[in-house]
Design a protein around this ligand. Structure first.
Ligand code: OFO
Length: 172
């Protein structure tokens, strides 16, 4: 049975993942309005991934007999000066999420909850990828600067991203 502290931490993380989805939707809309349809696509796919992360956490709580807590999802920032600012904020957000996930792993250790520790390790590994991909895109944006032909190529590259359910083959 899950301890209350763990239920609270996992429920908070459900909220954070849905907030992440909301944030990336707001960024996607902003990129779309700037004319960067490919960037908007990448962020939209990212929003779908975050929804999947939150839903997976929620299902895990139910699967372990817990009652999740529900709280308000805060409104995301909607005004961005350009795609560089967007990805600076994506990276900052992912670093913040990494701290939260690490906090859950540490809590699981303190509570001697091996199942939660094992479960949250997927998210620990995922955050390594999340930070790496945000960093990679931000580096490209910095290299490209104002060169329109290269911005066009980067936008096209990000437009090719396709959503795949990260938990498609997972039962719980
Ligand atoms: Fe849920 O991975 Fe980003 O935040």
């Amino acid at each position: 049975m899950l301890k209350d502290s763990v239920v609270k931490a996992l429920s908070d993380q459900v909220n954070t993942e849905y907030y992440s989805a909301y944030l990336y939707l707001a960024m996607s809309a902003s990129a779309d309005r700037m004319g960067f349809k490919g960037v908007a696509n990448w962020l939209f796919v990212q929003a779908r991934e975050e929804t999947a992360h939150g839903t997976h956490l929620y299902q895990h709580l139910l699967g372990r007999g817990a009652t999740p807590f529900f709280a308000d999802i805060k409104a995301p920032e909607t005004a961005y000066a350009g795609i560089r600012e967007i990805f600076e904020k994506v990276l900052a957000h992912e670093r913040h999420v990494t701290e939260l996930i690490n906090g859950i792993a540490s809590l699981a250790v303190r509570e001697d909850d091996h199942a939660t520790y094992n479960f949250i390790m997927w998210y620990v590994n995922e955050q390594v990828e999340e930070e790496a991909s945000a960093e990679e895109i931000l580096t490209k944006i910095r290299f490209v600067g104002d060169k329109l032909d290269q911005l066009y190529i980067l936008n096209t590259e990000l437009g090719a991203r396709v959503f795949t359910d990260p938990f498609a083959a997972t039962a719980n």
